[in-house]
Design a binder for this molecule. Structure first.
Ligand SMILES: C[S@@+](CC[C@H](N)C(=O)[O-])C[C@H]1O[C@@H](n2cnc3c(N)ncnc32)[C@H](O)[C@@H]1O
Length: 335
């Protein structure tokens, strides 16, 4: 049985605050799973879960943000017995999903939701005044802790590594100078410091865009979560299982691409020698990158830069994740 395009009542209700990205494409990637159970590891406002339920799959949803429970309760009522929600991180999705029986697919929609961005008190947006927080789980260290406590070099390295911010050293220098006067505690205070450091050109993205991205990734351990989540899906899914991942910037997409296809971009092999498979394939076939079309971008500018990749699990045993010297999981060749 395959899943079709979802119709009412599965369509998104008008008051749902997050417009799902690449929704038709995600449902199509998981279309072999009607009658089976899918893990939605990034529930958000439930756009993917709803569409998958409407298309005939059962869903176990996970989100680390406790405030999404209100959307989950609504789906549980609408689809009795077919939808379960767990608060937690998708890095542990194999453990969290264990009690729900066999799982046929996993979907991850990496990053931040519109609710998180739009609620000024969550501190994710450089456009809205709020506490410098950015914690999806609402626990642990927030962005203000990093901004006010990291040494200048460590701060610059963080902005460079997670935000690809080329002016990271100058921004870090200005942040340290500002916090010597008084701690930086709000989003707009930080945005102003960054603007003072690197200026603002008309027509360009806001100068604090990369700084905010870097801090959000660091606060939430997003790269570690992504790598751990991918390997957890590999452990969870048996042969024929489908993994679909939507990511939002090149650093994440590189991790996903490498995970699915670790031999791509490896050392060139001589055409005179027998071709050697360096890694037995855990995912085959793997889709090409799917990006939103013009109509979706018109409807939802936040879909800009989203990329969907999916793969089908082979019978090869799951890999052990590799960790770097700092104990951070890495996908070989992804850095
Ligand atoms: C882009 S939104 C997902 C939107 C969802 N696909 C929809 O249609 O409504 C990402 C969600 O994933 C959650 N999230 C991000 N990283 C997570 C992680 N490591 N574990 C669990 N949830 C995570 C965020 O809290 C957020 O609610």
């Amino acid at each position: 049985m395959t899943m079709g395009k979802p119709d009412l009542p599965g369509s998104q209700p008008p008051d749902v605050p997050h417009v799902p990205v690449l929704l038709d494409e995600v449902v199509a990637a998981l279309s072999s799973l009607a009658g089976r159970r899918v893990v939605d590891g990034t529930f958000g406002a439930g756009g993917y879960s709803r569409a998958l339920l409407a298309a005939g799959a059962d869903v176990v949803a996970i989100d680390r943000d406790p405030t999404v429970r209100v959307h989950a309760d609504r789906l549980a009522e609408e689809f009795p017995g077919r939808f379960q929600f767990v608060t937690g991180t998708f890095s542990k999705l194999d453990i969290l999903a264990q009690e729900f029986g066999p799982i046929g697919g996993v979907v991850l929609d990496i990053g931040v939701s519109s609710m998180q961005l739009d609620q000024s008190e969550r501190g994710f947006s450089f456009m809205r005044e709020g506490p410098l927080d950015m914690r999806m789980s609402q626990s642990g260290e927030g962005a203000a802790d990093l901004v006010n406590e990291l040494e200048q070099d460590a701060l610059a390295n963080l902005l460079y590594a997670f935000g690809e911010e080329r002016k990271s050293r100058r921004i870090a220098q200005f942040i340290v100078a500002a916090r010597e006067q008084a701690p930086i505690t709000t989003t707009l205070e930080l945005a102003r410091v960054v603007e003072k450091a690197i200026g603002r050109k008309p027509g360009d993205a806001h100068p604090a865009t990369r700084t905010f991205q870097a801090l959000r990734i660091a606060v939430n351990g997003e790269f570690e979560q992504l790598v751990e989540g991918l390997f957890a899906a590999e452990r969870l899914l048996g042969e024929g299982g489908v993994l679909a991942v939507v990511s939002f910037h090149s650093l994440e997409d590189r991790i996903v691409k490498r995970f699915f296809d670790p031999d791509k971009g490896g050392p060139a092999q001589s055409r005179h020698l027998p071709q050697v498979k360096i890694n037995p394939r855990r995912w085959d076939p793997v889709s090409k990158a799917v990006k939103p079309g013009a109509a979706e971008l018109d409807r939802n500018p936040r879909a800009r830069s989203s990329v969907l990749r999916s793969g089908i699990r082979t019978a090869e045993p799951a890999r052990e994740p590799v960790y770097d010297q700092l104990g951070v999981p890495v996908v070989r060749g992804a850095s």
